[in-house]
Design a protein around this ligand. Structure first.
Ligand SMILES: NC(=O)c1ccc[n+]([C@@H]2O[C@H](COP(=O)([O-])OP(=O)(O)OC[C@H]3O[C@@H](n4cnc5c(N)ncnc54)[C@H](O)[C@@H]3O)[C@@H](O)[C@H]2O)c1
Length: 250
């Protein structure tokens, strides 16, 4: 699905740009950072994993900052430090240890998963978007949501609900940013082989697809084999039916 016009791409010209990536110590975030570096970005890498973020920053040649995205003040400081940023990847996320039915998930885990996954994105938007709008230059925010935020799978603990909230926050933000030079889009991957999942797609492929989707003005990157399942479940519920576990096609 594409938005009305192409999303603003900060690397449209020859100008150097600064990119911030949260959750950059490993997985999809590290792959995004690597490929943004390849496109000429100055990197500001943020992660709660101190050793991991410094190793990544040394290897890729950027700044490594220890940040808990769930902390709004820490995200404000990150945005101040990365004032030149024109591409912001709000990618950090956690699954949590309880993946059962909603009532089986401890209250503290609901708080932490929503604190990192949802408030982490909101804190990033609150810290960066006003600065990006004030800069009045083409800029982009890329959010790592999940297929689990597009459709409902059995179990999933607090993770699936948190990613539905992330997808809604991104959609609201897209509408609110319409007509400004600041774009926003999201990736909604199925399994990717990272610290979060022992199996799945190569994070380098997920990152490549994410950045070329920004180039192409794609708002939401949903794996093609899951699109019909996403639509079917939404349609079932919209017509009064109960959701059934989704399955890929093809
Ligand atoms: N791996 C998958 O199958 C998959 C599928 C869909 C979506 N995602 C999403 O991709 C994103 C990246 O996850 P990944 O798969 O690369 O996993 P990962 O565990 O390899 O990487 C996540 C990174 O985020 C960091 N992080 C965790 N909590 C943080 C916090 N509070 N503040 C700052 N950094 C924090 C971790 O230290 C880690 O470096 C997440 O939002 C995740 O939900 C992953």
């Amino acid at each position: 699905m594409t938005t009305g016009g192409p999303l603003t791409s900060p690397w449209g010209g020859d100008r150097p740009f600064t990119a911030v990536v949260t959750g950059a110590a490993g997985g999809i975030g590290l792959a995004l950072a690597e490929q943004l570096r390849g496109r000429g970005a100055e990197l500001v890498l943020a992660d709660v994993d101190e050793a991991g973020v410094h190793t990544a920053a040394e290897r890729l040649g950027g700044a490594g900052v220890v940040v808990d995205v769930a902390d709004p003040e820490a995200m404000e400081r990150l945005a101040e430090q990365a004032a030149a940023a024109r591409f912001v990847c709000l990618n950090a996320g956690i699954v949590g240890s309880s993946v059962g039915a909603p009532w089986e998930v401890p209250a503290a885990e609901w708080d932490r998963v929503f604190g990192v996954n949802v408030a982490g994105v909101v804190n990033g938007l609150r810290a960066f978007v006003p600065r990006l709008l004030a800069a009045a230059e083409p800029a982009h925010v890329l959010v790592t949501a999940s297929l689990a935020g597009m459709t409902v799978f059995p179990g999933g603990g607090a993770y699936g609900p948190s990613k539905h909230a992330v997808a809604a926050v991104v959609a609201h933000t897209a509408m609110a940013l319409e007509g400004t030079p600041v774009g926003i889009s999201m990736i909604c991957p199925a399994l990717v082989a990272t610290g979060m999942s022992p199996v799945g797609a190569d994070p380098a492929d997920a990152a490549r697809e994410a950045l070329s989707a920004v180039d192409d003005g794609v708002f939401a990157v949903v794996p093609p084999e899951w699109r019909a399942a996403v639509v079917d479940q939404a349609s079932t519920v919209a017509h009064g039916g109960r959701p059934a576990p989704p399955a890929p096609t093809g």
